[in-house]
Design a protein around this ligand. Structure first.
Ligand SMILES: NC(=O)c1ccc[n+]([C@@H]2O[C@H](COP(=O)([O-])OP(=O)(O)OC[C@H]3O[C@@H](n4cnc5c(N)ncnc54)[C@H](OP(=O)(O)O)[C@@H]3O)[C@@H](O)[C@H]2O)c1
Length: 370
C-alpha cells in the first residue's frame, strides 16, 4: 500500500544560530521554502528563522506538529496547480527576510503555543488545522490569525489522522454525499482505489452500508493489496487489466443484482476510466477529482445520450471556499467520528542539529520516495 510521508520540523535547540547571522537572535524554527516554481528537487530549500515573538491581538502562535506531503503539494511547487501560496516576506513577525519566499505545504496538524489578546474559544495546547488554503505548513511554527485555524474535537483523533484530515477524507466524504443520494445497499464504482482518497471512500462507504467496486493497477503483490482494501471494507477489487474481460459486465450485474450503479469516482483518467463507465446505470454521476495518469478523459458519447450520464469535477478547495466556517467545523466533527484508519505513512523528522543543506536533502529524499 502507498505510504504517505509526513514532515516533522521540530523546533531547533534554543542556542541555534543561523550560519549567515552574527546577531544574538535565537533561530528556533525551520521551514521548507522556495522562491520560484519548478522541479521540487531543484527549487526547494530549507530556511532557519527566529523564534516567534508573542502573537499580536486576535492571533496565535502555533507549532506545526505534522504536515503531509500530498500529490497536490508537489504540483503547487511545480507551478501547475491552480491554488497558489502567497509570497511571504517574514516568517517571524518583525524579522524581515532578505528575499520573500513561498513556504511549502497546505495541510497539517498544529498545536496552539500562545494566544493573543481578543482570541475566544481557543487556548494553549488545543489541536488545530488550517482553515486557509496553502498555509505554508512545512514549517516548525507560525503566527496566524485566529480565524485561519479550526479547532479539532479533543481526544478523538491520532496525530496522523488529525494531520491528514483536511484534504483526503473530506474529499471522499463529500463526493459520496453531494452528487447523488445513495442508500444502504447502493453501489459505488471507483478507480485509484488504493490512493489515500480511495481508501477513505472505501471506509466511509462501508460505514454507510454502501458497496464498492474498486479498480487498481495490477502489480506482482496484487493479492496482498486486494486483501488490504477488502479489510478496509471494499466489496470487490479489480485491476484495469480485468476491463478487457468481456464477461465482466455480466459479473458486475450479478454482484449488484441489477441494481444500477449511480456514482463513479475518478482520480486517474485515460482509457480505463472511460471503459469503466460501461458498468454505470442510467442517470449516473461520474465525479472526477484527479488525473493521476495525466491522460485526457474521452467518454463514450452514447453514455450521455442513452444513459443520461452526468460528468462533474470536484475540488475540495472549492468546497472550503464556498462553505461557511460552521459547515467546515461540522465536516471535521463528522470525519473525526468516523474513526478512519490511519493512512500508511512514514514520519520524516528534520532534526534540529541538521544544517539547512542537510534538511533540504532529507526533504528531497522523502519526496523522491513518496
Ligand atoms: N479534487 C480534490 O479536491 C482532491 C483532493 C484530494 C486528492 N486529490 C487528487 O486525487 C489524486 C489522489 O490523491 P491521493 O493523495 O489520494 O493519492 P495517493 O495516495 O498518492 O495515490 C495515488 C494514486 O494514483 C495512482 N496512480 C499514480 N499514477 C498512476 C497512473 N499513471 N495510472 C493510474 N493510476 C496511477 C496510484 O496507483 P498505484 O498504486 O498503482 O501507483 C494511487 O492509486 C491526486 O491526483 C490528488 O491530487 C484531489
Amino acid at each position: 500500500m502507498l505510504r504517505r510521508s509526513l514532515l516533522r520540523l521540530p523546533p531547533l535547540p534554543s542556542n541555534a544560530r543561523a550560519k549567515f547571522c552574527t546577531s544574538s537572535t535565537k533561530f528556533a524554527n525551520r521551514a521548507i521554502v522556495y522562491t520560484e516554481t519548478g522541479n521540487p528537487a531543484t527549487v526547494l530549500t530549507a530556511l532557519t528563522y527566529p523564534s516567534l515573538p508573542p502573537p499580536p491581538p486576535n492571533s496565535l502562535n502555533i507549532r506545526i506538529r505534522l504536515a503531509p506531503i500530498n500529490p497536490a503539494d508537489i504540483n503547487v511547487i511545480e507551478g501547475v496547480y491552480p491554488a497558489k501560496p502567497a509570497l511571504t516576506g517574514s516568517l517571524s513577525p518583525g524579522q524581515e527576510l532578505t528575499k520573500p519566499v513561498y513556504v511549502g505545504g497546505n495541510e497539517a496538524l498544529a498545536e496552539i503555543l500562545q494566544v493573543g489578546s481578543g482570541v475566544e474559544g481557543l487556548k494553549k495546547g488545543d489541536w488545530v488545522i488550517m482553515a486557509k488554503q496553502q498555509a505554508g505548513t512545512w514549517s516548525s511554527a507560525r503566527t496566524v490569525d485566529a480565524s485561519d485555524v479550526i479547532k479539532l474535537p479533543a481526544d478523538t483523533l491520532s496525530e496522523v489522522n488529525a494531520a491528514t484530515i483536511t484534504v483526503n477524507p473530506p474529499t471522499a466524504y463529500n463526493m459520496l454525499r453531494d452528487f447523488v443520494e445513495l442508500g444502504e445497499g447502493d453501489w459505488v464504482l471507483q478507480n485509484g482505489a488504493n490512493s489515500a482518497v480511495g481508501q477513505a471512500v472505501i471506509q466511509i462507504a462501508a460505514s454507510r452500508g454502501l458497496k464498492t467496486i474498486n479498480f487498481v493497477r495490477n502489480r506482482p503483490d496484487i493479492d496482498a493489496l486486494k486483501k488490504q482494501l477488502s479489510d478496509l471494507g471494499a466489496t470487490h477489487v479489480l485491476t484495469y487489466d480485468d476491463l478487457s474481460d468481456k464477461a465482466l459486465s455480466r459479473t458486475v450485474k450479478q454482484w449488484t443484482e441489477d441494481r444500477p450503479i449511480r456514482l463513479m469516482l475518478n482520480c486517474v483518467g485515460g482509457k480505463p476510466t472511460a471503459q469503466m463507465t460501461r458498468f454505470l446505470g442510467t442517470d449516473a454521476h461520474l465525479v472526477s477529482y484527479g488525473a493521476m495518469s495525466k491522460q485526457p478523459l474521452a467518454l463514450p458519447t452514447s453514455a450521455f445520450i442513452f444513459k443520461n450520464l452526468v460528468a462533474h469535477g470536484f475540488w475540495q478547495s472549492r468546497w472550503y471556499d464556498t462553505h461557511s466556517r460552521a459547515e467546515r467545523e461540522a465536516l471535521m466533527h463528522a470525519l473525526a467520528a468516523l474513526k478512519l484508519k490511519e493512512p500508511e505513512h512514514e514520519i520524516v523528522t528534520v532534526l534540529g542539529w541538521m544544517s539547512d543543506v542537510e534538511a533540504k536533502e532529507k526533504n528531497q529524499k522523502t519526496r523522491d520516495s513518496a
